[in-house]
Each structure stands twice: as structure tokens, then as C-alpha cells.
Design a binder for this molecule. Sequence first.
Ligand code: ADP
Ligand code: MG
Length: 744
Amino acid sequence: MLPRDKSDTTSSKSPTSKPEHSAGLDTPIQFVKGVGPKLGAVFNSRDISTVRDLFQFFPRGYEDRSQSKNIEGLQDGVKATLTVRVLGSRSIPIQKLGRSLFEVRCTDLASSGTLSLKWFHMPRGLDRRMISGTQFVVTGKVKDFQGRKEIVHPEITWGTVLEEAKVEGNSANVGRIVPIYVELEGVPSRTLRKVLWEALEKFGHEVPEDLPTHLTARHGLPSAAAAVRALHFPPEEVGTDLNALIEFDTPAHRRLIYDEFFKFEYLMLRQKLNVERSSALAFGHQGGVDGVKGLISEMPFKLTRGQLNAIREVLDDLKQPHPMNRLVQGDVGSGKTAVAFLTAACVIAEGDQVALMAPTEILAEQHFFNLKKLWGEKIPAVLLTGKATTAERNRVLKQLSAGQPLLVIGTHALLEDWLVFPNLSYVLIDEQHRFGVEQRRILRNKGSRVDPASGKSILPHSLILTATPIPRTLALTAFADLMVSTISELPPGRSPIKTRVVRDASQRTQAYDLIRNELAQGRQAYFIFPLVNDSEAEGFTHLKSAVAQAEHLAQEIFPGYRVGLLHGQMRPEQKAVVMEQFKLGEVKVLVSTTVVEVGVDVPNATVIAIEHAERFGLSQLHQLRGRVGRGQHQSYCLLFAAQARGGTVGERLDVLEQTQDGFKIAEADLEIRGPGEFLGTRQAGSLPFRLGNLVRDRDLLVQARDDAMQVIKDDPDLKDAANRSLKDYFIREGEKQFGRLGTF
Ligand code: ADP
Ligand code: MG
């Protein structure tokens, strides 16, 4: 049991008026001592409704209040905690504010100097407590005001003296390293600490051990109960190592981080197991694979080893009577589309339907035309985008509902209700990060049905493609239920793109010269402007600036060359016209927002200049850069960046100058920007880690993953008594957790 907090006894309300609850960790938060209905509502609004939830309200940091300072040694701007004795107090009227300032002058126990405590909003009754000679502990940021030390609106802990608190280790708020919580509206930190202290004292021992002890013991990790307690109120021996605490690197932190990683991995792997155990139609046993080989032999280029591997892996999956759930990752230009087409061909050859969804019309069209160019009518395909007329829609629908084997290439239009696929057995999603979980699920659901032959319910196979390499830690988390194929090389004959960060005016002049030089040699260039925010709608402000810049570039910088403009708010026909002009080489400079990020393929373009490069994620810049370097000419990427203030912007972009390795860039991006870049904000938000950090705690993640895999292998149905606690946990919380995670 935690020792009782003496300082609390004076201020706490009588608990007798509250009903006695024996619900343990399920005790509603408002019945925790010191909470009540009002504070309870604040907690509830943060999804904290029980003691169990409260314990999960982990500190975001810590502050050392174990040592008392002398006033003499206090430094300007530094937060300090010290025991003081009141010398006197007064109210100073401030005309401007129409109220008064309350000032308390005090000294420390060694009388080393004087300190002013000031309140612009004095808490009721404070003046009556500030009697000369009173001692208490004060915490706050020290300021030097006209040569005198002061703290404005300090935090006060009554009824204790730091020196005493330290000896007895008996306070939530002083005499120790104290936890810092995320601020809750109108609730002082000290109140949060007290509430947690009380709750831990009463219920801390009830925190269950969810993980098998054979795992925690092997890793030398403390029990869950001990860890929860130590995380909120670090014991003395840990409490001396503030750095370890701040870096979440104490045994308690590691235990709870491992805990959440393990549970997550276990859930994901179970989910994967469930999918693997469900049914799908198998393809490739009736000549489909030979058909694919035939198509490969007709291609004008040789597939890379990586492409062939990926194709083989997918075809092997398709042969199984269980749904494939696979991700193909490969850098921009690595030729993922060929993998998609050729594997789709196998399913179509054996009589079923396939859907390929791309994030933009430009991309869907390009896929469609490339398919035609490569194989003509040998892979029956239709294009379906938002542009399709009613007649076209009806025709597609008719073909599909007649059960014709067909590859439907399209945009979000594929998700519309009217589009039904009676035989949809394979679903492909290009540029997965551009879609939400829900959209992928909708498309997949169009293929889930009852197989008339066997009467079993079946799911389609699913393949997602991404040009943003998934850092390993994410592959283990958000994508843990996927198999991964990696295409690690580019087709031969592509020379590395020279990348330069352009920081000042003279560099900009040089950059323009370089572009003019390329244009003079008949090459073409992209100019990219960012979106204001990363929502799907394009920001208006920058849209305007792209428009304005197109003018400027045409008239001032590149007179004599035709400049075209492309942005997301243009009508599809307009976009198509501009794209066509650029492809044909009529437009020499294409000013665009990030609509060209994915898929545009113009080999004669050798320069991509990106304005406000500092606003983009590194992986996104890397993808944009992949628009050039597609022909035989040397290509360039120019990153215009605003002058870096902190220096970090510059460093970030330097990664792009130094490497073309999408994986390295992705890792750097994950460190700098977190998982949102790879998952889309919604998915990233659904990673349920409160303590764990994918970058910092990578070792624990890998360990947890390996352990979860081992448990599933050794004891898939958790029958072993040694795994009893884990089973209890999933019976208790599994459903809830599954619901939250969804499928990625
Ligand atoms: P991404 O992986 O970025 O989707 P694409 O599939 O769009 O790449 O391929 C980029 C370009 O490279 C396309 O023009 C495609 O036809 C071409 N390509 C694909 N594979 C090869 C290869 N093995 N050899 C030469 N060119 C290829
Ligand atoms: Mg692609």
C-alpha cells in the first residue's frame, strides 16, 4: 500500500456521503476519493469512466520536486520547488485591471533571501491563510522582476514541509519526483495527482496481471500492478533517475510498453489467423498461371527480379483456398502495376472478376491505357471513373452482372452501391495510403459472398500496393496482419536523380538557370506547390498561389516556353487536356499541386522543382521526385525551402539529397513525423499506443511481436494454464479492442 498522503487530510471532503463500491477497477470514476460528480464529468469527457481507465491516464512527463531549493540559488526562468515561511502579505490595487494583485513575501527555512508570490486572481480565502510564520511548499517558475525574485500563480502544497515529506515519502505533490499529466480543463495538476494517489492506494493492488508470467519473468519485467504504481509515482530508487523517467525508460515504463505492444501484436496475429482460416476461391490451378507466363513473354521489357518474386508470391497465395492479404511495396517506378495486372490476369483467365482501385482519375486512366498498350484485348478490362456517363455505367454493370470475367479499373467510383460484382474474387488497391480503412473494406465486401459450389462463405483475395515503403516498425504494427512483398530494385537504365535543396536567392537563380538549360535541350519540367493542409480538399490559399505562380513563371522566368496549370479543383476534362498537352510535349512547364504525386509518367520531364518543400513529408517528396528520372536523360529534383529557423527543416531535406533509398527516407520520416504519413491520419490515430513509441521502443516492439507469434504457435487457443491470464484478458477486453482496431 502506498503510504497515506498527510497533506490531503485537511482538505479532503468526507467520504461517508458516497456509496461504498466494491467494483474494484470497474468503480466509476466519480466515486474515487476526491473526484465527485463535477470532476467525474471532466474525466468522462476524456473517456475516463472507471478506475481502470484512470490508471491508464499515464503521466506525460515528470518533475523533480524532491530537493528543496534555497531562495538564494534560484535562477530566473527555472521551475523550482521549495519550502517557505510567510513574512507578510498585501493587496496592491491595479487601476488598469480594476482589481488588486495579492502579494505574499516569504523566505526559506534557512532565511537565505526573500521571494514574492503573486496572484492576479487570488483564490478565495488565500489571504486569510497567508499569516506570517505559516510554512508550506511552493512550486513554480521563478522570475526576476526588477531585481527581485518572484513566482506568479504558484502551486501551493499546504500542511507539509518538503524536508519532512522527503523523509517520509508521503506526498503526491512534493518531496518526490512528481508526475505531470496532460492538462484537463480547469483541473489543477495537483488535484490529478491526488486523485491518482488515492485511487492507487485503494485499488492499485487490483491491477491484474494480463501477460503470462513466463514472458514477463523472462524479460525481467515487474508485475503490472507494480508498474502502474511506479509509473504514476516513481519509487525513491527510480525516482533518482529523472532522465530514465523522462525517456520512458524505467522498468515500469518498459513493462507497460511491452504490455501494450504484446496485446496489440497478439490481437493482430489472431486476426490474421482468422482470415487465414476463412475461405476463398483458389486460382491458378486451371491454366491461369500459364496464361500469365504467356503475357509476360509478350512484354516489351524484362521484368526485374523483384517484380518476378512479387508475382510468384502473389500467385502462390492465390492458389490457396484462403484469402490472400498482401502488400506490395516498392519505390516509385519499381513497376508495381505490372504485378497487379499480371496477377489479375490469372484470376480473369479462370473466369472471375477483379477490381483495381486507384486514388485519382489520372492514375486510373493511365493504368487502363498502359494495360491496353501492353496486351491489347488479352486482359479484358474496363475503365470506370467519376467521369463515366450513365450509358457507360450501364454497360459495365451489364457485363459484370452477366458474370463476365473482367478487370474493372477505377477510382472511388468503384465503391458506389450500384456497382455489383457477382464474381469479384480479387481486389487490388493502388497507393493504399490514399484510401481510408473504410473504403478498402467497402471494396473488399463487394467480393464477400456465399460460394454456390460449396455453400461456404468466401472472401476475395486482396492486394494493396504502396510506393511509400513501410518502415519495419509499422510493418509490425499497422500492417501486422498483412504479408509483404518488397520490390527493392528499379528497372535498369534509370540514373539517380540529382537532388538539391535550394535555400537562398542566389541558389534560386542558379536553379532557374538549370531549368532553362534543360528546357533549351527540349526537356520538360514540373513545378509543384503544396496543399495547405493534408485533407482531401485542396487548400484555397495555395491554390491561388499556384495560379499566380503559373503566371509569374510563364512571364518572368520562362518566357518563350508554354506553361500549363493543373490542380485538383479543375474539372476532369480540363485536367485531362493539360495532362495530354504535357505528355505530348506541347506544354513545357507543368505547374501543379500534388495531383501529380501519383502515377504521372512523362519520361521527357527531367526536372521537378518543389516549392515550400519543408511543408511536405519526406516520403511524399520522394514520391514526387519519382516523377522524373523515367527516361534516359539525367534528371534533377530541386527542393525550394524557406530559410530554416531551427535548422531541423534543412536537415530533414538533406536526407533527400543524400539518398534515393525509399526505406531510409521512410524511416527518417517516421522519426520526424510519426506514423500519420504512412497510414493516413485516421489509421494512425487508431494505433492504440498510449506509452509506446514506434521509433524509440522499437526493440520492445520486435520482442513483443516475436513473443506473440510464439504464443500463437505453441498455444493457438490459449488452453495452457500458463497462458490463463492472457485468455482472461481477451475474454474481458478482446471484443472491445477488436472493434476499435478494425482491419487495416
Ligand atoms: P510504380 O511502382 O511506381 O507504380 P509503374 O508500375 O507505374 O511503377 O511503372 C513505372 C514505369 O516503368 C511504367 O512506365 C512501366 O511500364 C515501366 N516498367 C515497369 N516494369 C519495368 C521493367 N521491368 N523494365 C522497364 N520498364 C518497366
Ligand atoms: Mg504506381
